[in-house]
Ligand binder design. Structure first.
Ligand SMILES: NC(=O)c1ccc[n+]([C@@H]2O[C@H](COP(=O)([O-])OP(=O)(O)OC[C@H]3O[C@@H](n4cnc5c(N)ncnc54)[C@H](OP(=O)(O)O)[C@@H]3O)[C@@H](O)[C@H]2O)c1
Length: 266
C-alpha cells in the first residue's frame, strides 16, 4: 500500500473552460501514460469543443452542476466576478475536493461560497503548464493537488496565504523580463545584428542562465550574480551602472505595489 495519490485514475472536473483550463488539460494530456478523464463545463463553447475533439477522454458536461455531480475533484477556473454569480447557485457535496485557480479570491471566501465541500485548496498554475513547464503554488499543502501539478512541471506547497500571496507577486514580472530581453535585442539590431540571430543568441543564453540555479542548488541569486560579475569585467560594469541608477530599487518598489494590490491595501 502507498499513500501516493493515484493521478492516472482520476476523474477531474472543471467549472470554467477558458485559457487556463485549456493549458492544464493540454499539459495533462501530454503526459505519456496519463489516463485522467476530464469533464468540462460547457463554457467557453469553442474551447470545450476543441479540447473534447482533441482528446478522447475529455467530455463536455451539460452544465456546471453536472460537473459537480459526476466528479469529486473539481477545479474552479472562472474569473473572480463570475465566481460570485455562479458558485452560490451550485450544489456542492461534502466529499468535493475543490482546487480554486481564482487568483484574487481568498481560500476562505471560496470555502464559504462552496459549503459544505470539505476540502478547498488554492493553486496558481501558469499558462506554460500546457508544456509542463514552470511551477504551481499550492496552499495549504495537499498531496493530491501537489501530485497533479507536480506531474505538469513543479508543485510548491505553502503553509499559509501570506506566503502564497507573496509568491504570487513573482508572476507580475514576466512582461518586464521580456522587455529586458527586447532592450538587448533592439540594441543588437541597432548595431547591425540580424533580428533572427540576435533573438536566437539571447534566447539560448538566457535559457542556459535559467538552469544555473538548478546546477548550483546551494547558491542564492546574489551569489550567482557575484559569480558572473568578475571584478573589472563587463558584467560588473552593467550591474554597477544599473544599480547606481536604482533599477533594482525601482523593481522592489513595483513588487511592493503589486503586493499591496493583491492584498487589496489602498
Ligand atoms: N490565465 C492565466 O494565466 C491565469 C493564471 C493564474 C490564475 N488564473 C485564474 O484562473 C481563472 C480563469 O482564468 P482564465 O485565464 O482561464 O480566464 P478565461 O479565459 O476568461 O476563462 C474563464 C472561462 O469561464 C467561462 N465562464 C463564463 N461564465 C461561466 C459560467 N457561468 N459557468 C462556467 N464557466 C463560465 C468563460 O466562458 P465564456 O468565454 O463563454 O464567457 C471563460 O471561458 C481566473 O480566475 C484567473 O484569475 C489565470
Amino acid at each position: 500500500m502507498t499513500d501516493e495519490p493515484e493521478i492516472g485514475a482520476m476523474k477531474l472536473g472543471f467549472i470554467g473552460t477558458g485559457a487556463l483550463t485549456a493549458a492544464i488539460v493540454s499539459g495533462l494530456k501530454s503526459v505519456a501514460d496519463n489516463s485522467v478523464s476530464v469533464l468540462l463545463s460547457p463554457r467557453n463553447e469553442e474551447i470545450a469543443a476543441e479540447l473534447a475533439a482533441r482528446y478522447p477522454d475529455v467530455r463536455i458536461a451539460d452544465d456546471n452542476q453536472a460537473v459537480l455531480d459526476q466528479c469529486d475533484l473539481v477545479m474552479l477556473a472562472v474569473r473572480p466576478q463570475i465566481a460570485h454569480d455562479v458558485l452560490p447557485g451550485l450544489r456542492f457535496r461534502r466529499e468535493h475536493h475543490l482546487i480554486s485557480l481564482i487568483a484574487t479570491l481568498p481560500r476562505e471566501e471560496i470555502a464559504r461560497l462552496t459549503a459544505p465541500a470539505h476540502q478547498v485548496t488554492k493553486a496558481l498554475p501558469m499558462p506554460m503548464i500546457a508544456h509542463r513547464l514552470g511551477a504551481t503554488i499550492i496552499c495549504p499543502p495537499d498531496a493530491t493537488v501537489a501530485a497533479l501539478f507536480g506531474n505538469l512541471g513543479k508543485a510548491i506547497e505553502v503553509e499559509n496565504s501570506a506566503e502564497f500571496n507573496a509568491l504570487s507577486v513573482v508572476t507580475a514580472t514576466y512582461a518586464s523580463y521580456f522587455r529586458y530581453l527586447d532592450t538587448i535585442n533592439s540594441w543588437l539590431k541597432k548595431n547591425g545584428v540580424e533580428e533572427g540571430k540576435g533573438r536566437d543568441y539571447i534566447a539560448s543564453l538566457f535559457k542556459a542562465l535559467g538552469s544555473a540555479p538548478d546546477m548550483s542548488p546551494d547558491a542564492d541569486f546574489m551569489h550567482l550574480a557575484q559569480d558572473y560579475a568578475t571584478r573589472g569585467g563587463i558584467n560588473e560594469q552593467v550591474l554597477r551602472e544599473l544599480t547606481a541608477r536604482n533599477v533594482f530599487d525601482a523593481l522592489t518598489e513595483s513588487l511592493d505595489g503589486v503586493h499591496r494590490r493583491i492584498l487589496e491595501i489602498p
